[in-house]
Design a protein around this ligand. Sequence first.
Ligand code: SAM
Ligand code: SF4
Length: 346
Amino acid sequence: MIAFDQLGRPLRVLRLSLTARCNLSCPYCCPANDEPVDRLDLPDQLALIRACCSLGVRSLRLTGGEPLLSDQLESLLEHVAVGRSDPDDPLYQLEEVAITSNGVLLDAQRVKRLRQIGLDRITISLDAVQGDRVAAMAGIVGGASAGDRLLKRVLTGIDCAIKAGFDPSCGAIKINSVIQKGVNDDQLIPLARLARCLGIELRFIEYMDVGNRNCWNREHVMPAKKMIECLQREWPLEPLGRNLGGTAHRWRYLDRRAVVGVIASITEPFCGDCNRLRITVDGMAYTCLFGTLGTNLRPWLRPEVSSEDLIKAVSAMWRSRHDRYSEERGHTLSEQTRAEMAYLGG
Ligand code: SAM
Ligand code: SF4
């Protein structure tokens, strides 16, 4: 049974946040670094994933804050892997399990383990390749030398992930880069060059007005169209389009070294086929990144409530959904307090 919302959009992707904490402090994201008190435990997380799978979810993305900080990550993956192999379990419906991480804690041993216990894909966020820019974008002190050390760590993590079997040619490892005009736009070509060398798909993300803490300003948005123009001056590209329900408009380098994408949620919003539900570390469900109010799912996670009633609650929430905030930006998007990115999970 697939749940459809008021605009006919199916529920397909669950982004589950494992923590609101982070070991970096990217100024465009501004994590609060205090964990909500009422964290979901492992049975709660599994119940929610199962309920979502029963309603159409086929892709699970674990996120945060920084998900590699979570001590529940491995046990969650182990349980999900068991369910995925049982045709009677709703988790059997999951076609992919992915994680979005800043890569700082991705050492050889851990990434090998993550692969063994069923993680299919990793997206690593990296916004620069020059030490001072890396430090500024990650919000760390110590200037260029600290940025260089961080970069080395993330690149080592990427290398370990490839060696552990996350194959870039099948999209099992990707890189995300937020580009802010006048801040790190000079890193666009160097980042693309790095990803081309590694054969990894890179997605450039427009700087978004998620939350209130980052003091977003449209002047710092580099439009995706401009990003593609810059890339095309360097390398010829052919368009691959955007997959239905996907976030990135993708292009292939004509020499077929790699694919590059742009996520244009400011200049070319894609609310029309948005199929993503976000659940925070304390069980709040958000149907939109720009949402002000979430739905508290904890009352349906109490032991006396059946899994059918949890499914009904998630289904009712999704079916009543009609948000398209990004498309309405500038018209009705209010200045009300919005949930922060590190809490929502991206
Ligand atoms: N800590 C992990 C990471 O950085 O990959 C996962 C959580 S992070 C909130 C998820 C994604 O959101 C990252 O790729 C990050 O770059 C992106 N992000 C955070 N704030 C953003 C903003 N204001 N605009 C665009 N992307 C943003
Ligand atoms: Fe942390 Fe990711 Fe936010 Fe950066 S974008 S502060 S790495 S949660």
